[in-house]
Ligand binder design. Sequence first.
Ligand code: KG4
Ligand code: ZN
Length: 358
Amino acid sequence: NTNAIVLGIETSCDDTGCAVVDTNGSILGEALHSQQLFHLANGGIIPPFAQDLHRQNIENVVNTAIEQANIRFEDLHAIATTVKPGLPLSLTIGMKYGKYLCWRYNKPFIPIHHMEAHALTARMHNKHVTFPFLVLLISGGHCLLAVAQDIDKFLLLGTTLDDAPGEAFDKVSRRMKLRNIAEYSQLSGGQAIELAASKASDVLQFKFTTPLLQYKNCNFSMAGLKTQVQRHILTEEKKHDVQPDGVIPHINNLCAGFQLGVTRHLCQRVQRGMTFVKRENIIPKSKQTLVVSGGVACNNFIAKGLQLVCDEMEYYLVRPPPKLCTDNGVMIAWNGIERWRANLGILHDFLDVQIESS
Ligand code: KG4
Ligand code: ZN
């Protein structure tokens, strides 16, 4: 029952993250190196480049978190590291460094599942988030709706049939050439679209139909919304004789229409999930909580839509702060703490642990 301290390392995609968290959920130290600007300039993530950047930054990121926590590696109880799912080249860097530290300081290694870590982060600060709860993970790489039943037990209700929502935001933003607008050049696709949409004069100028309405399941699909954006852009480009790297005149309205389409789709799927969970008695009425996390959970318009669904379905909506929604080391360290407390997957013999891409 002593207060344990765990170091967490995250390198599954394009963020090198590290944090030191204790059993109370206090963040003692944290550091993050984001590769976002580098990859934006390349039009997307090129895995060997991401790997190089992780390799160049990991030592510094880890040392910064340790220094901020004002502890020594010897003081740690364990080291937790993301080993799945993610880009293999990226995952490898964190796993090797985590194992190296465990070997050097004689600490146990805790392999972490990136999605489980996203899902459980909300429990760090919010005591109302107890098992079982509903969780929606929406980011550039993930899209899933699940019931978190325990630290290592998840009932998957739905996943995406094609792109993740953040991936769709990024692709659509590229197609809209939002990066050619100086104000948006440093933003991710989702951030750019949300900002442009907030300036819309007519959200309904461009019509979008909601995907999968006729399917009675909880899966997601972004393909139809992307095709609809493409069609609207082509029509407008022709009508207004837009130059090759120019932006269509009513770009804000188009962003707002697309964002509304995505929101309607996410909300409709979540509502279906809630109805299913109720019918099957999977979550007691007194515990009806929806946690939404992942980079796309930073979108305030989508969050408002989800709040309406929660009000209607008598769910309590929990949205971790933006810096905990996107990839970070804190969520990995916290998952390590959850596992430490439950004595789940604490490995003293870890040299054979391998990464898994999916
Ligand atoms: O969780 P995250 O940092 O990385 C992973 O994909 O795992 O999420 C990044 C994604 C990007 O696709 C980005 O476009 C999207 O989250 N995103 C947003 C917003 N902020 C970030 N999407 C919609 N609205 C936002 N405000
Ligand atoms: Zn993630």
